[in-house]
Design a binder for this molecule. Structure first.
Ligand code: FA5
Length: 345
């Protein structure tokens, strides 16, 4: 084949190449040990001198050109490969990011945390207690002996006796957080100041302000010469911090076997502003807590001498605190798992 045709053929083949492996084959085919151009150069020695010089020059030029063209082609292929990769991996950084929805604390947890924060600033520690109790802690130690009509104040979920039978005392789901007082006083000597938020259970009908399980925060302060004035001061401080300075609360005389005297604390209903509505049962006030001065019998049950130590205790409805703070007109919304409700907090 003459050099011109060889050159034309090589150029044509080279133009069609797109892969690096094919380019390597091409290089071998023309410039390899047994390549067409190499063979041509080898065959020069058989030519007469005059022809050898002429053809040799052209063959050498062809080899040099092919070497350059192969180099250029190699770069072109590499460039194309990078461009292709870039196209595939291209990210549009201007596209708005997908929003990851963040969860948040349940409104009752938020309220519990706020209550804890206020009482801690008043020197109270936060204590936990069990939700499954026995009747000694839930009733007897709180001055409510068996068969005492006061037990009817709290409709109870009793837990079935295990097969060991006649297990004493009987187990139940705690009907209030007050048993935590007993647990704590059994292990700690006064002076003491604690609060204990937690879930409680009552076997009763539900309505806008009553649930069968809800949350309370128990409070207990025992010290020397603690009086109703100390109790009133702490309560006032708490409600002002929690609801704001304009909050209206009132104390009503009440009865609890474990306190004497006993009170009920009401706050002005924030939903009807005192006019009367279904949440406050048309009273204009909503009952937020039971409270009183700790009964001497309770102190005796935990071996604390009531002559040396006195104190007060309270049990607040955490759900009711949350309802009044956020103007929620049905307690059952807290347990409905309705995201339209929960997302508002
Ligand atoms: C008690 O549970 C007493 N242990 C409180 C107490 C503690 C008195 C220490 C004295 C000393 P009572 O049953 O009234 O009391 O409940 C206390 C508060 O829990 C109520 O004022 C109310 O805010 C809330 N509460 C009561 N029943 C329900 C209910 N079914 N649903 C939602 N909140 C309730």
């Amino acid at each position: 084949m003459d050099i011109k045709n060889l050159k034309k053929q090589a150029q044509k083949e080279l133009n069609l190449l797109v892969k690096i492996d094919d380019l390597k084959e091409f290089e071998k085919k023309y410039l390899g040990k047994k390549g067409k151009v190499t063979e041509l150069l080898k065959s020069l020695k058989n030519l007469p001198q005059k022809e050898r010089r002429l053809i040799g020059k052209e063959a050498n030029e062809l080899r040099d050109k092919l070497m350059l063209a192969i180099k250029a082609k190699k770069e072109e292929i590499k460039r194309n490969e990078i461009e292709e990769k870039e196209k595939q991996e291209w990210i549009d950084i201007t596209v708005p990011a997908k929003k990851i929805e963040k969860g948040h604390l349940h409104p009752l947890t938020q309220v519990a945390e706020k209550v804890e924060e206020i009482f801690m600033s008043l020197g109270f520690s936060v204590i936990e207690g069990p939700e499954i109790e026995n009747e000694w802690y839930n009733f007897d130690a709180l001055n409510i002996p068996k068969d005492h009509p006061a037990r009817d104040l709290w409709d109870t979920f009793w837990i079935k006796e295990p097969s060991t039978k006649n297990q004493e005392p009987k187990l139940l789901l705690r009907t209030h957080t007050s048993p935590v007082q007993i647990h704590y006083m059994e292990k700690h000597k006064p002076p003491l100041r604690i609060i204990s938020p937690g879930r409680i259970y009552r076997y009763e009908a539900t309505d806008a302000s009553h649930e069968i399980n809800f949350y309370q925060v128990e409070g207990l302060m025992i010290d020397k010469d603690t009086s109703v004035a100390n109790f009133y001061f702490i309560m006032e401080e708490f409600f002002k911090s929690f609801f704001g300075k304009e909050t209206k609360i009132r104390l009503r005389p009440s009865f609890f076997p474990f306190t004497e005297p006993s009170f009920e604390i009401d706050v002005l209903c924030s939903i009807c502003k005192g006019k009367g509505c279904s949440v406050c049962s048309q009273r204009g006030w909503i009952e937020i807590a039971g409270a009183g001065m700790v009964h001497p019998n309770v102190l005796k049950a935990v071996k604390i001498n009531p002559k040396n130590w006195q104190g007060f205790a309270f049990g607040m409805g955490l759900d009711r605190l949350a309802m009044m703070k956020y103007k929620i007109n049905d307690i059952r919304l807290f347990y409905s798992s309705d995201l339209r409700f929960l997302k508002q907090f």
